[in-house]
Design a protein around this ligand. Sequence first.
Ligand code: IMP
Length: 420
Amino acid sequence: MANTILIGMQWGDEGKGKIIDVLTARADLVVRSQGGNNAGHTVIHRGVKYILHLIPSGILRRGKVCVIGNGVVVDPLALVAEIESLRKLGIKVDKNLLISDCAHLVLPYHRILDEQRELRRGRIGTTKRGIGPAYGDKAGRTGLRMSDLIQPIVFSKKLQAKVIENNRILQALGAKPISFREVNETYLAAAKKLRPFVANTVVYLHRAMERGKQILFEGAQGTFLDIDHGTYPYVTSSNTTAGGACTGTGVPPHRMDRVVGVMKAYSTRVGEGALPTEDDQLAQRLHNLGREFGATTGRKRRCGWFDAVATRYSRMINGIDEIAITNLDGLDRVDPIRVCVAYRLNEKRLDVPPCDASQLANCEPVYEEVRGWNASTHASRKFSQLPSAARKYLRYISELTGAKLSMVSVGPARGETITL
Ligand code: IMP
């Protein structure tokens, strides 16, 4: 396998965890380049369900090295908890995990600020994990990093200044101030546990590439949650698109060989912001099947029809070479199925999504209807075993998106995958 970037092509929750797990079989290293524990990548292996938030899913496979790159924001307590829960399940977390010394920290005041902002008008519907405020500090050049955390004196000094500053803000917002002493103690205890994993991951990745190792870059969230290209302001605070894999790891663009995009056979979104093809009946149907509940927050996902305007744009931004389509089985009993081929805004037909959030919210989907297959696709392991209407649907949405179809997922388990 060449160096591969894996990207969510919609609004996150495309089922990346499962596809990453399948692709990991052919990679030597699996790297996260952005986001934090707002992500929730679900992998089902031998009947056990693992939800990974910070650690790349490659940790579940023997012999793979996992790297948390410089572009990730790390909540040290969440990371320690994740390491410990994996160990309890018998998963080795040792020399197979590295954390960039340049990765920024998510600290308690980030989480509280995130929660406070979410209480106000204009809320984004965040995961309340402190992601936005942590990236805000990074861009504002006042953030603390892993390299600070593992130097107790440096960490305490910087933390104290930040706690004083943030307590003023918290008090102005009517929130309880935090105790420097408590935070300092708790985080220094976490630092002891994390220190063995901290390294210059840029150098590590380059050395690995010199030795011919192959890297899988595990994207978190999705294209339309990208801070630049997403449905701003209803986005996350990092570059979820392909470019983020370079800046978030220090691996240059010419070392990237292929980009695999993951998209659901329909659309979903959690949090606020436009979802042009949203359909409450489809959502009800999927929720009744026990599907489409968030892996990180448990929130019900909003659901809509497949949106080719969005996925076409996503293919363009990310340079998608191949597509993996997931959750095909979610449409097994839906007939007819609608596909959005364009938007209409003020009597004009649009082929790309507008940048402006209120314009996007006013876009009406132009639909085409296709026949459903009214049969289970769960047991299909070859493309030819799928019902003919399902094959037609997959070909149609891949063509509309403009990239080659390479994988189809018909269930959550590793084996429930069709490779073309
Ligand atoms: P934040 O990343 O917690 O700041 O949330 C910003 C927006 O991104 C919200 O709409 C969240 O629901 C969404 N979001 C963040 N992480 C994920 C994810 O892993 N999957 C889907 N949506 C996400």
